[in-house]
Each structure stands twice: as structure tokens, then as C-alpha cells.
Design a protein around this ligand. Sequence first.
Ligand code: 6GU
Length: 246
Amino acid sequence: MRFDILTLFPDLFSSFLRSGVLGRAIGKGLVEVRLTDIRDHAGGPHRATDDRPYGGGDGMIMKPGPLSRALKSVERSEEGCKVVFLTPQGELYDQSVAWELSRLKQLILVCGRYEGVDERIRESYVDLEISIGDYVLSGGELAAMVIVDTVGRLVPGVLGGELSNRNDSFEDGLLEHPHYTRPRVFEGKEVPEVLLSGNHEKIRHWRRLQSLKRTFERRPDLLKKARLGEEDKALLAGLKEHPPHD
Ligand code: 6GU
């Protein structure tokens, strides 16, 4: 899968793209990320990429010329390519959007800065607008990193074990159970007995209950969309009857 990122701050991406799961995926050639500096497509003596808004008002707007030239400079895959504009006005991003995007061959991510971009860019070039949450970032770069990270890890072969991403929080719509590693006693606190029991069925059951309990306590909104089996529903009914207080 290939990502093209159009940005005024390409340097922001360098350590991000070298690190962890994504860095390895790029090293293996499973994911490719190309950066386009929008300023390289600006004209005039000052290479300006922003200008004052028509109609007046505060703040600056990204000029359409440099952006359209930058977009035209990007080589496009024949099939499965979308242009995404990162903006707080976009569709709210979640794991199901990440799965949809992961089926594409190429994503072109346009990072806005300043107060916004000229509306004609959105109309003529953008397929999809995405927001990563209800808060305001200074630019789309952090949102682009969120998308490259979340979509990149869904590309086949990027995660080691095939099961790794199915166990993640949100893949079945629930939060993850707690995790423990050695030592068995840390600052006076013991690892839950069941995890030392060697009884895999009991461990699976305990983890599922913990997942449901966490989701019920912290994110009850997720339970409506979660993929729940009969056992889950029974456990959840128990939780609702006797709400946990620890
Ligand atoms: Cl995608 N961009 C900006 N500038 N702010 C945001 C956002 C995106 N998503 C949430 N806030």
C-alpha cells in the first residue's frame, strides 16, 4: 500500500516513519510513504502558500495553486486511489474507516494548515474528508500520521502473528483486558491467580469478562456496536445486575 502525504512540514514525518511496526513495514516494502512538500509547488518570489481570505476576516487560507500543482504531481495508481483531506469538518475516523481505507492501493493525504484551504480544492480534488476527533489541531500532519499508522498496520503481513490485530481493542468493538508480565509480585501487587493457573479455558473466560467489564465501565457507548456472542451477553447481563465497583 502506498501513502502520499502533501504537507508544508515534511520533516515532521521522518522519525515517525522510521520507528516501530510502521518503520519495519516500510523497510520490508509492504508500505510505501512518499512526502510532497507543498512549498515546492508554490510560485512567485516569496513562494507563498497562503493568502488573506476574500471577504476579510482573521487568519490565512491555503492558496489553491500550489495545492493543485502538488496534487497533479503525485503519480496515481490505476485502481483504488483516494484523495483524503484532513480537517476537523470531516467524517469522524474510527477502526471501521481504517479497514475500508486499507483495501485501497493508494491514499493521498492532504494536510491543511492555517485557517483552511480554498474551497475549490475540496470541490475539485478531494474524495473524502476525515477528522480524527473533536478537537482542533494546528494542522493535518498529526491526523495523517494517525491514518498512516492505523491503516498501515492492517496491510497484510505488517503484523507478525495473523491474530495480532484481531485481539486489539476495537477489533471486536471491546476494550482489551488487562495485561501482566514478570515479576509475579511488583511493589506488593500480585498478578491475578487465574493467569498463573495454566487453565487456558479459565484464562480466556477471565479475559473476556475483564474486556466486557472495562468496556461497560469506561465506554458503554461501544457495547451497542460490539460483536457479542451468547456467552458475552450472559456475562454482560450479570455486570448490569451487579455493577462492579472496583
Ligand atoms: Cl484531520 N485536522 C485538524 N486541523 N484538526 C483536527 C483534525 C484534523 N481532526 C481533529 N482535529
